[in-house]
Ligand binder design. Structure first.
Ligand code: PLP
Length: 425
């Protein structure tokens, strides 16, 4: 079997293949580190499954009210052990990451309280949850205010500005671990820990919540190991391992998690209700796979950075830089390159490979957006996906990859496709 010919038959030229090989050969140490992290994660998950006596009975779900759902309640203990927290809420009724974050925020604040983001603007969808961008049903409508301290130009915390923004009404601090779709570095748990110590040094009662979307298992530790009171995320990103078809989680202090449960279901009912239906096998197995799936996604991001760096494009983060999420930005510089990149990713997908993505006016954006995602689970971004706003500097955001060989092929295809659209940058 000749791999080189197999790639060639699929349209990858010898020169692009050579770039791929050169990049890969420079990455053996990095990949070894990533594999080691997956090993830590795997041991952590395995221990949590064992310690909670997960049995075959845990895999069958409930219907209706979902009282005494053994599998659901045990899974929540497993998550709590993985995050080293007192409790966790892990539910298919949490529809997405934004919903999980909205539940956590609205559970912990009351009218007159203020939310502070010390790391710049939060993820786009949270602008409407908080009411930074006026929106129906936002926390602003309930009399909750918001303050923000931006990161310094070098990406470090602006401690003076943060201290200035903490006041009598500051109740909760929201910290985003991933870079999301902003041009800022992702935050290590160590950095998050230092920030939380600083915040609590000023106001000990502050509730520190971390938006953990895209961050899980990218490091040996999680923000909850570094003092976060609540960590929040989506099951169709890292921690669902590509198998969970829906869901979100909130892990943290028992009192806070209960408070979130009363908000998710109903006062008085809390964690007691919420049928797991037939979803538990995918939740358990997805968690079991998550450390290695995340390792594949991180390898894919590093490889993509390397290939496009070699082709002369600015990339963030750079191939050799540390990363604490799975997002890779590549500045393509031209609209036709952005379209070609996304189409190549789509054409390399296991599902909907024949679709050609078109830019469209997505709600919440001030320009057209193009998205490629041929995923088993709709919208799942632990699966290989790419998207970008159709405006300067025509950046593509690339994330996910359930298997590295798949992502590698897709990245080489994207390199080939963008190379065919005129000058480099
Ligand atoms: C994806 C994401 C969210 C929102 O999650 P959805 O599932 O898309 O609603 C919030 N914060 C960050 C950092 C994310 O990456």
């Amino acid at each position: 079997m000749d791999l080189q010919n197999a790639y060639k038959e699929l349209g990858i030229s010898d020169s692009i293949q050579r770039i791929g090989r050169e990049v890969l050969s420079s990455l053996s140490e990095r990949f070894q580190e990533i594999d080691e992290r997956a090993e830590y994660g795997q041991l952590k998950v395995l221990q949590a499954l064992k310690q909670n006596n997960v049995s075959e009975a845990c895999l069958s779900g409930t219907t209706g009210y979902g009282y005494n759902d053994l599998g659901r309640d045990t899974l929540e203990k497993v998550y709590a052990d993985v995050f080293h927290t007192e409790d966790a809420l892990v539910r298919p009724q949490i529809t997405c990451g934004t919903h999980a974050l909205a539940i956590a925020l609205s559970s912990m604040v009351r009218p007159g309280d203020e939310i502070l983001s010390p790391v710049g603007a939060p993820y786009d969808t949270l602008l409407e949850v908080i009411g930074i961008r006026p929106s129906r049903g936002s926390l602003a409508e309930w009399g909750v205010t918001y303050a923000q301290a931006d990161l310094k130009p070098d990406g470090s915390f602006d401690y003076d500005a943060i201290e200035n923004r903490i006041g009598e009404h500051t109740k909760l601090v929201t910290i985003q671990r991933s870079r999301g779709y902003a041009t800022r570095p992702s935050l290590s748990t160590e950095k998050i820990g230092a920030l939380i110590r600083f915040l609590k040094g000023i106001k000990p009662g502050l509730i520190c919540m971390v938006d953990n979307c895209y961050g899980e298992f990218t490091e040996i530790t999680e923000p909850s190991d570094a003092g976060a009171d609540l960590v929040v995320g989506s099951l169709i990103k890292n921690i669902g391992g590509g198998l969970a078809p829906v869901g979100g989680y909130i892990a943290g202090k028992k009192e806070y998690v209960e408070q979130c449960a009363f908000r998710l279901t109903s006062p008085g009912l809390g964690k007691e209700v919420g049928a797991s239906l037939g979803l538990l096998p995918s939740f358990y197995q997805g968690l079991f796979f998550a450390p290695t799936v995340v390792a594949n996604a991180v390898k894919s991001a590093v490889f993509a950075a390397g290939v496009f760096e070699k082709l002369g494009y600015p990339v963030f983060p750079k191939m050799t830089e540390p990363r604490y999420d799975i997002v890779q930005e590549i500045i393509l510089g031209k609209p036709e390159k952005l379209i070609a990149f996304c189409r190549a990713i789509q054409a390399s997908s296991p599902i909907d490979a024949s679709f050609a993505p078109e830019p469209w006016p997505m709600p919440g954006y001030d320009c057209d957006v193009i998205m490629a995602a041929g995923t088993f689970t709709s919208g799942s971004s632990i699966e290989l996906s790419a998207d970008g706003p159709m405006r300067e500097p025509y950046s593509v955001y690339f994330q996910g990859g359930l298997t590295f060989p798949h992502a590698k092929f897709a990245i080489l295809s994207a390199a080939q496709a963008t190379a065919g659209t005129g000058n480099m940058v």
